[in-house]
Structure formats: C-alpha cells, structure tokens
Design a protein around this ligand. Structure first.
Ligand code: NAD
Length: 244
C-alpha cells in the first residue's frame, strides 16, 4: 500500500509538526485545516519546495459529509489513505457547573465525532487493502482526571476507548489503531493558561521542560512505521514523565 497520510488539524501546532515530519519521511501528506488556509498553504509551499508530496484540504472534522468529501479528494489526488492521524482537537477550561450544552456537544463533535467521521471515511479502502494505521491523539488528561477541564478530559478518555475497541475489531483486518497521549506541549492551545502557569508546568515535569510539537511527531512516526507492526491498541504517553 502506498504511504499516504491524512493529518487532521495540521495547519499549526502538533498537527503541523506531524505533517512536516511524515512528508519529510516520504509520506504523501494531506494537510487538513478548518479555517487557517493561509497557514496550511504556507506549510504546503515549504514542504513542496523541499520536494515533498503534499496537498491541503479544508474540512471541519465535526461535519461527516465534509470529511467524506475531503477523503474522496485525497483518494483522487494521491490514492487511498494508509495512515490517518486524528489530531484536530479543541480544549478549554471551565468549572463543570458552568459547562453549557453547547460547549459539551461542540467538544464531543470535534474531539470524538471528528475521529469517528475520519476513521469511517478511510476504512473502506483500508479494509479492502487489508492494511492501514490509525493514530488518535488523546492526552494525559485522557488517562487522568482534569479539574476544570472535565469536558476535554472526558473526550480524551473516549478516544482511548475508541482506540482499544477499534484495535480489537480491526486487528484481524491487519489495521492497527494506536493512541498518543501528549503531556504539556508548547502550542497555541496553552495560550488560554496564565503565563505564570507554564514555568510551573515545566517544573512539575520530571524531565524539566514542556514538550514540543516535534516530540509528539516522533512518537507518531514511530507508531506509523513498519517496525511497529506488532503494536496495536496502545497508548503511548509522551509527557516527560508528567504522569509518573
Ligand atoms: P492547536 O490548538 O494549536 O491545534 C489544534 C488544531 O486542530 C488546529 O489546527 C485547529 O485548527 C484544528 N481544529 C480544531 N477544530 C477543528 C475542526 N473542527 N476541524 C478541523 N480541524 C480543527 O493545539 P495542539 O496543541 O496542536 O493540539 C493538537 C492535538 O493535541 C489536540 O487533539 C489536543 O487535544 C492534543 N493535545 C495537546 C496538548 C498540548 O499541551 N498542546 C496536550 C495533549 C493533547
């Protein structure tokens, strides 16, 4: 099967680093974005200039029809997707009693339904080829409870359930499903935190620093590689020891 990857939410942050690393490692990569077309095209131009095969594709992952159309475009341009990285996600802080119906459902629509939509869209070809790799981005807050981030944490726990159950169901079809649980990674997602929280979080991390998007990209590249072909249903934590 050709090495064709779709990385959701890859115009910036962790997704951008994943798309760049995969493209530089020989994958044809679809850079998905929701609104920041300029950022996605900037990355695509950079990678194309380096000789990589990339395309950009707009879709809100919470929209099932838009995701189906995006996957169709990738298939027409490059061929069937053999690696899906469900990276797109939203986060935020609120006391549980302040969480509105709208917030609750939006977090689930992006973080959980998004992975469901993308996975369903790429599966027919993976099942046909009897090969494929799906990697979900959860979080350390998918493994541990998070005060004031109950909604986010619940969606990230759900992604781990999705990973394990799908890995069991798809194993006989030689499709591997794994998960990466990042610790505190320096991206725009941390902008919502007060600035003084960042040095404290680095101090709370045994390895003494915040993670970088590249740290997570390396974990993805490992799980996507042939050498990881006996690994499925796992959660790989990349957190500098934060959860220890
Ligand atoms: P980010 O906010 O920089 O990036 C999130 C990306 O998802 C953006 O490109 C955004 O446009 C995209 N996105 C959001 N909603 C979308 C939608 N409906 N459709 C398509 N794309 C959408 O944050 P990040 O830190 O790069 O986060 C990437 C992933 O890593 C997320 O799933 C996040 O939950 C997870 N994560 C991040 C951290 C961290 O500390 N930064 C820790 C653990 C897990």
């Amino acid at each position: 099967m050709e090495k064709i990857a779709l990385v959701t939410g890859s115009s910036r942050g962790i997704g951008r680093a994943i798309a760049a690393l995969l493209a530089r490692s020989g994958w044809a990569v679809c850079i998905n974005y929701r609104v920041r077309r300029d950022c996605a095209e900037d990355l695509a131009a950079q990678l194309t200039a380096e000789g990589c095969r990339v395309m950009v594709c707009q879709a809100d992952v919470s929209d099932h029809a838009a995701v189906a159309a995006m996957v169709h475009r990738v298939e027409e341009t490059f061929g069937p997707v053999s690696l899906l990285v469900n990276n797109a996600g939203i986060a935020g802080q609120a006391l549980f009693q302040d969480v509105t119906d709208q917030m609750w459902h939006r977090y689930f629509a992006v973080n959980v339904d998004g992975a469901f939509h993308c996975t369903q869209a790429v599966l027919p070809h993976m099942l046909h080829e009897h090969e494929g790799c799906i990697i979900n981005i959860s979080s350390i807050w998918g493994l541990r409870g998070a005060s004031c981030e109950v909604t986010y944490s619940t969606t990230k726990h759900a992604l781990i359930g999705l990973t394990r159950s799908l890995a069991a169901e798809l194993g006989p079809s030689h499709i591997r499903v794994n998960c990466v649980a990042p610790g505190v990674i320096k991206t725009d997602m941390l902008d919502a935190l007060p600035p003084e929280a960042l040095p404290q979080l680095a101090e709370d991390t045994p390895l003494g620093r915040l993670g970088t998007p590249e740290d997570i990209a390396y974990a993805i590249a490992f799980l996507a590689d042939e050498k990881a072909s006996f690994i499925t249903g796992q959660v790989l934590t990349s957190d500098g020891g934060f959860l220890l």
